[in-house]
Design a protein around this ligand. Structure first.
Ligand SMILES: [Zn+2]
Length: 455
């Protein structure tokens, strides 16, 4: 009798539990359906507007992008919706893995609702202002406007130190143009992060994008100890090379403008191989298309929508953006026929083929790379081919003899590239951790907002 009673009771409890579970599941699927009906068209419109602003640099295009970004912000700062998500999350009753992942992402996105709307809107507006100023800025020397490509060409090939210094200092004038806006934005972002219960914006942006700040910092500490000695050694080689190159008396005379790059972010050309010469007469767009078609990942559809060459007012960096999570993927570049841009084209289209091949049957908000690390690793792996002798033979058409001749130096160059970039990345990471992340975008790194990533 007692055991029958127990069975009946557990059956009642199980039924109640199942029906509660079904109720929660329905609540979530209804939520997603409603949210998607607003998000999907708005997401596409916002992505197109941001793309057009980056390409044209026109104030009216930035205004349009800003208005749509504000609408997007409003969508995610709905307190009632956060409450619903919180309730579903706390219940712990979502067992389906796809639904659970969507719940997790939605919950993190809607955390914004806890912040002050005025602050969030100000953040969007300041971000747009800074982006526009960056996009429109051109270095000016003796009344002549220089693109970033022109600046790199002077720093990379001139031996006229006085002129190098003039160009280097002129391109740093972007600093005062955006400094006060950047400081204000940093302050505001930290305030918003604190309102949401994080220590600062750096911690918030990492946590909300599925990264553990402690783990990332540990990785960077490990990277420091792994690269420190090797970097000291190559930095010594670089300095000795430049003392001779510029006919200086000692290393103490070397200045930042002598390192062939605005940020000492790329490897200076200290070895006896000129990779640029292999690309001088080549069409980089064709090489990129041929390479990706050759490995079974054609990119012609994405090339059509991309914007690859310099234009007045256009964003001077490079990024890849997935406009609609349904195949409209675009790359922005400012291509010149040299190794840097070959690397960048391979890198950005590495992101593009990754995005294109994400399963489109997945729910909309899950059609993203598994992690920033994975898409970045793929992009960097492809980018490296630009200094790979076998790749140069297969794609750029150098001879077998040339391939053998440059193989060792190519490897040394690759090593130098990795060491220099690694140390630069470490400086940037630690700098950003201190003042917390700013909106400054670099040539091939990630940017965007928490709801939309450009890579
Ligand atoms: Zn990238």
């Amino acid at each position: 009798m007692k055991s029958l009673y127990a069975i009946a009771l557990s059956l009642i409890l199980l039924t109640a539990c199942t029906s509660k579970q079904e109720k929660m599941k329905k609540k979530l699927t209804d939520f997603i359906r409603k949210h998607d009906s607003v998000l999907i068209p708005l997401y596409k419109k916002t992505a197109v507007a941001s793309w057009e602003a980056a390409v044209s640099g026109k104030p009216e295009d930035f205004k349009k992008a800003e208005d749509l970004n504000l609408k997007m912000m409003a969508l995610f700062s709905d307190k009632d919706k956060l409450k619903i998500l919180e309730e579903i999350k706390v219940s712990g009753m979502i067992t389906d893995s796809l639904l659970n992942r969507q719940l997790d992402i939605l919950y993190r996105s809607f955390l914004m609702a806890k912040a002050d709307t005025g602050k969030l809107n100000a953040m969007v507006r300041m971000g747009t202002v800074i982006e526009q100023k960056y996009g429109n800025f051109r270095t000016e020397v003796k009344g002549k406007k220089l693109s970033d490509n022109d600046v790199e060409a002077v720093l990379g090939s001139s031996k006229d130190i006085k002129y190098q210094k003039e160009v280097w200092e002129a391109q740093k004038k972007i600093g005062p143009v955006v400094a006060s806006d950047v400081k204000k934005l940093v302050k505001l972002r930290n305030e918003v992060a604190k309102d949401l219960g994080f220590r600062n914006y750096h911690e918030m942006s990492l946590t909300l994008s599925d990264q553990d700040p402690k783990e990332v910092s540990q990785l960077f500490d490990e990277l420091d100890s792994l690269t420190k000695k090797a970097f000291e050694q190559v930095k010594g080689d670089i300095d000795s090379y430049f003392v001779k190159y510029y006919s200086l008396k000692s290393k103490d005379e070397l200045m930042p403008w002598n390192y062939q790059n605005r940020f000492f972010q790329s490897a200076p050309k200290i070895y006896d191989v000129d990779l640029d010469k292999y690309y001088k007469d080549k069409n980089l767009e064709t090489l990129t298309a041929e390479f990706y078609a050759g490995i079974g990942l054609p990119i012609n559809d994405m090339l059509k929508n991309s914007d690859l060459y310099e234009k007045p007012g256009k964003n001077q960096h490079a990024f890849c953006t997935d406009i609609d999570n349904a195949g409209d993927i675009r790359v922005l570049c400012n291509v010149k026929s040299n190794q840097f841009w070959m690397n960048t084209m391979l890198h950005e289209f590495g992101h593009a083929v990754y995005d294109k091949n994400i399963d489109t049957t997945l729910p909309f908000i899950l059609r993203d790379p598994a992690h920033t690390f994975t898409t970045e690793a793929i992009a960097m792996m492809f980018g490296r081919f630009s200094s790979n002798p076998q790749w140069l033979k297969d794609l750029a058409g150098i001879s077998e003899e040339e391939k053998i001749k440059i193989a060792e130096t190519c490897f040394k160059t690759l090593r130098l590239e990795q060491l220099v970039f690694s140390r630069w990345a470490q400086v940037m990471y630690r700098f950003k951790r201190r003042c917390t992340r700013t909106l400054i975008r670099t040539s091939t790194n990630s940017g965007g907002t928490w709801w939309r990533n450009t890579r």
